[in-house]
Design a protein around this ligand. Structure first.
Ligand code: HEM
Length: 278
């Protein structure tokens, strides 16, 4: 028989414990199935989406911290935070495969109960896009009547993006970032800037003086890659689940999603690769 090393005791009701600290009873109340009678797989579908939303929340929380570190010039702390964000994003890519266990017939058994509900309407996903600098006015208008969404998205739209903060930080470190990129207009969508490609080329050329900045560039590029990877694995999962059918959100489905795989947060970090081989 194994010996007990800890004294177990009953937990007094008033004491903070695992279940009360994490509000587990409240959390377990939030999985409300719409199908009648309840379809077994709808619970699985709800839990996957809710866990994605929790991770989006955590990533936004980390992103806000990263912005503060950019502003205070704490480069090593920026790196630490991006590392965590990227680790979460990597898990989210893997998490998509849970849905490979949902057959088309199972999904068809409750899909109509979703109404127009679609990940397309995820406010936090759009917040992430906005926070990192991918800002499409369409989405601001799309959430106009959604009280929960519109305020959060407007705030992200008006705040400088992670890319803006990065450019300000390397400008403060002495890199000649084109002035118009530092003006920080609200809600602008970043377009590839040839002047910035040259600055990044210079930054990558001088590794001895600024290796920490190269690491930041590479970590941001990792994030960009991971989001594209997430988009790609999501499309594959969508294809195996609903084929080429239109989405519950009303888009063309797979075709709509495919055009979004090519969206990039940091176009110059991609473009600068070319400048070493021309
Ligand atoms: C059976 C599972 C799923 C199916 C069939 C599916 C299908 C789709 C489709 C067809 C779209 C295009 C918009 C539309 O018309 O609805 C879409 C968009 C989207 N879905 Fe899913 N999805 C699934 C699971 C998920 C999960 C687990 C997430 C995690 C949050 C998610 C997040 C998103 C996001 C963020 C978009 C917008 C993508 C963008 O704008 O680039 N989806 N989904």
């Amino acid at each position: 028989m194994t010996e007990r090393t800890t004294e177990y005791r009953r937990i007094p009701l008033e004491e903070l414990n695992y279940n009360s600290y994490l509000q587990v009873p409240q959390l377990l109340q939030l999985q409300e199935q719409q199908s009648e009678p309840p379809h077994h797989d709808e619970m699985f579908f709800i839990i996957i989406h809710q866990s994605f939303e929790l991770w989006f929340k955590e990533m936004l929380h980390e992103t806000d911290l990263m912005v503060r570190y950019f502003r205070s010039g704490s480069v090593s702390r920026v790196l630490k935070v991006v590392k965590r964000i990227n680790a979460i994003m990597s898990c989210l890519c893997d998490q998509i495969q849970l849905l490979h266990t949902l057959t088309p017939a199972e999904f068809a058994g409750f899909r109509e109960r979703l109404g127009t509900g679609s990940g397309f309407q995820s406010v936090q996903f759009r917040e992430m896009e906005f926070a990192f600098g991918l800002r499409e006015e369409f989405f601001l208008q799309f959430f106009e009547d959604d009280v929960f969404g519109v305020e959060r998205l407007r705030a992200r739209w008006q705040a400088p993006s992670v890319y803006d903060e990065f450019l300000r930080a390397i400008a403060a470190a002495g890199y000649p970032v084109p002035a118009h990129l530092l003006e920080g207009e609200d809600g602008h969508t970043h377009e590839l800037d040839p002047g910035l490609v040259e600055v990044l080329h210079q930054l990558y050329q001088e590794p001895d003086d600024n290796y920490h900045w190269i690491l930041v560039c590479e970590a941001l590029l990792d994030f960009d890659m991971l989001v594209s990877k997430w988009r790609a694995v999501h499309i594959l999962m969508v294809s195996r689940t609903i084929g080429g059918q239109i989405g519950t959100g009303g888009s063309s489905g797979k075709a709509f999603l495919e055009q979004r795989v090519h969206h990039r947060f940091f176009p110059e970090l991609w473009e600068v690769r070319n400048s070493f081989f021309s």
